[in-house]
Design a protein around this ligand. Structure first.
Ligand SMILES: [Zn+2]
Length: 627
């Protein structure tokens, strides 16, 4: 259904008809036909429901062909009408359906509309009862489902990690931030013991090609990029996975899985003696079920030379060694010398660390097909229940295109954290709902930085009068409800900022204990989102020496502030202003507050955040304002 190579018209899909969708109050189900005001003809309703019923990135998957770019562009910039029009064009649907963009009911608007960044909205779905339980959007079921762990008190989670073909950019690491929030919420909010597996694809076609180009061993190339990825994730406060298995370390498990599949008649060794092993898609009637596609609509799998395949849509489980590949890129098996296929490694490693059935499988939306479809097919055909929930995160886009090295719009983590503190980058990536696109634009990091500053400013104020270190904060119910609602981070952050405001008011009113309780709640909430400014992680721990540099700078600035205060007391305002100007020129902003002056590192207001140049401090330490 989600048109991989499908094209053309689909008279009926897995989507419910509008009549089935309408609830008693006229609000419809997941597909949210409320955004379709006037529709000419049932067929078009089905088409629109199909478009509206999937999250944005899927609309892009649907919108293949010459109009795809426009669909992508409209879908991520925010107008439902434009997105729908483009998707309609892409699929050859005639005009006649009118889409109403009345927020908040339209999922396309809910997904992408509103703000410039598109980061504050979230996909729409029917409201659920507050405080009931955790609901997550299962992309396999295409609806919200109540999350219940398969085993009491425990959660097994597998996320497809990065291939080690290059250094990560901020688009690459979004998945890790999104699932870090889920993991923290399961652990802290629901007191579940989470086992998180994030694999490392340390060998594949691209790694071999790039290593050869760089005249390096593939494993040296791979390991270097694995380290860079770990460093980037650590810089952004992503907690380490429980296990981070490498594909090349699990050949035995893969061979075992292939044996089972061959035995059950779902896999075969290539007839051409290439050493390839393929999955027989026609042998498995469920093939296509994860992404709602019929086999006859699918295009050939492009993962291997089709000559050894029984059906061009069969995909490779194992790749036989080729003469032009390095000798080190092969392992001996009874199928012949070769290396792992990408899909097989995830099935094998998920089983190794999480068992035959596990709770959540996550990854970027672009991995749904073929990768996740194939993973599920292999595991289920081998008789394993595999993942109970499938969660997919959306992309970071630049000018409405997916961020990517080949497109030349990629922003490497190190470059981004040179112009914004890592905490602000983390906040930026966290603040959008995981299923919404984040459209990167100049200034969005600065907005995130300002939000972080507001939170930090409050915590700092309170900490000076009522130390927060030993105070345990309670999570407000509204925060819990938002997080339980498919990780509605924008709702959760609204509670954070309301609490910050209330705490500032309490402080101004002299209610110090009240302010401290509220501030402790802010700490608890921001900790779950991974953006707690008081977390030692952000205080320079992630960059050696940064904490020391901040302390040294603080001592110098405090001396200047004291001199300024003396000048003011002596009514020598010219001297006081001169000191302030000197500090400003050095990139230090001074704010006079009722409890005394505070300083922070400032940046020129017009500084383009996409550029690491222009005299912006290249190793700006995390500001630690102190009085
Ligand atoms: Zn995978």
């Amino acid at each position: 259904m989600l048109g991989v190579g499908a094209g053309g018209h689909h008279p009926a899909g897995p989507w419910p008809r509008p009549a089935e969708l309408a609830g008693p109050d006229g609000i419809v189900g997941v597909a949210e036909v409320t955004c379709v005001a006037e529709v000419a003809g049932v067929v078009e309703i089905v088409e629109i429901v199909e478009i509206a019923g999937v999250v944005g990135p899927d609309a892009m998957v649907i919108a293949r062909g010459e109009h795809a770019d426009r669909a992508v562009s409209s879908a991520s910039t925010g107008t439902a009408t434009a997105a729908t029009r483009a998707v309609r064009e892409a699929r050859g649907i005639l005009d006649g359906a009118v889409i109403m963009t009345s927020e908040p009911h339209c999922p396309l608007v809910g997904l992408h509309g509103g703000t410039r960044t598109g980061a504050r909205d979230r996909p729409a779905y029917p409201p659920k009862l507050a405080g009931v339980s955790l609901h997550l959007f299962d992309t396999a079921a295409r609806e919200m489902r109540e999350f219940r762990p398969l085993q009491d008190g425990k959660v097994g989670m597998y996320i497809c990690g990065l291939t080690t073909q290059g250094a990560p950019h901020i688009g690459h690491v979004r998945f890790a931030v999104a699932f870090d929030v889920l993991r923290r919420w399961l652990t802290i909010g629901h007191e579940l013991e989470v086992t998180l597996v994030r694999n490392v694809t340390d060998i594949d076609d691209k790694i071999l090609a790039k290593a050869t180009e760089a005249q390096q061993e593939w494993w040296a190339w791979s390991y270097r990029n694995e380290r860079l990825t770990s460093e980037a994730l650590d810089l952004l406060g992503v907690l380490p996975a429980t296990y981070e298995p490498r594909a090349t370390g699990h050949i035995v498990e893969m061979v075992e899985l292939m044996d089972t599949l061959v035995e059950k008649g779902h896999a075969y060794a290539a007839a051409d003696g290439s050493g390839d092993v393929y999955f027989d898609v026609k042998s498995w009637p469920e093939y296509g079920s994860l992404t709602g596609q019929a086999l006859e609509d699918m295009a050939p799998a492009e993962d291997a030379d089709p000559r050894g395949k029984r059906d061009p849509r069969d995909f490779a489980l194992w790749k036989g060694h080729k003469v032009d590949e390095p000798a080190s890129a092969q392992w001996p098996t009874h199928f012949g010398h070769g290396r792992p296929g990408w899909h097989l490694e995830c099935s094998a490693m998920a089983r190794r660390y999480l068992g035959d059935a596990f709770d959540i499988h996550g990854g970027g939306i672009d991995l749904r097909f073929p990768h996740h479809e194939n993973e599920q097919a292999q595991s289920r055909a081998a008789g394993l229940p595999f993942a109970n929930f499938w969660l997919h995160n959306a992309w970071v886009t630049v000018r409405n295109q997916k961020m990517g090295k080949s497109l030349g719009n990629a922003l490497e983590i190190q470059a981004v954290t040179r112009v914004a503190r890592p905490l602000a980058v983390r906040y930026y990536l966290t603040a959008a709902h995981y299923r919404s696109m984040i459209e990167y634009h100049e200034g969005s990091l600065a907005e995130a930085g300002a939000a972080v500053d507001r939170i930090e400013g409050l915590l700092d104020r309170v900490d000076q009068v009522r130390p927060l270190a030993d105070r345990r904060g309670t999570l407000p119910q509204a925060f819990r409800d938002a997080m339980d609602d498919d990780l509605n981070v924008s709702g959760a952050l609204a509670v954070v900022h309301d609490t910050v405001r209330a705490a500032n008011t309490a402080l101004d009113d002299g209610d110090l204990d009240g302010a401290a309780d509220l501030a402790a709640a802010v700490v608890a909430m921001t900790h779950i989102l991974g953006v707690n400014p008081m977390d030692p992680h952000w205080a320079g721990a992630s960059t050696p020496g940064q904490g020391d540099a901040t302390a040294a700078l603080d001592s110098l600035v405090q001396a200047q502030l004291a001199a300024r205060q003396s000048a003011r007391s002596a009514r020598d305002f010219a001297a006081a202003d001169a000191i302030r100007d000197q500090l400003t020129a050095a990139g230090i902003a001074i704010e006079d507050t009722p409890s005394g002056p505070r300083w922070s590192l400032s940046r020129p207001a017009d500084a383009p955040v996409t550029s690491a140049s222009r005299g912006i401090p290249t190793d700006a330490p995390a500001p630690q304002p102190k009085d």
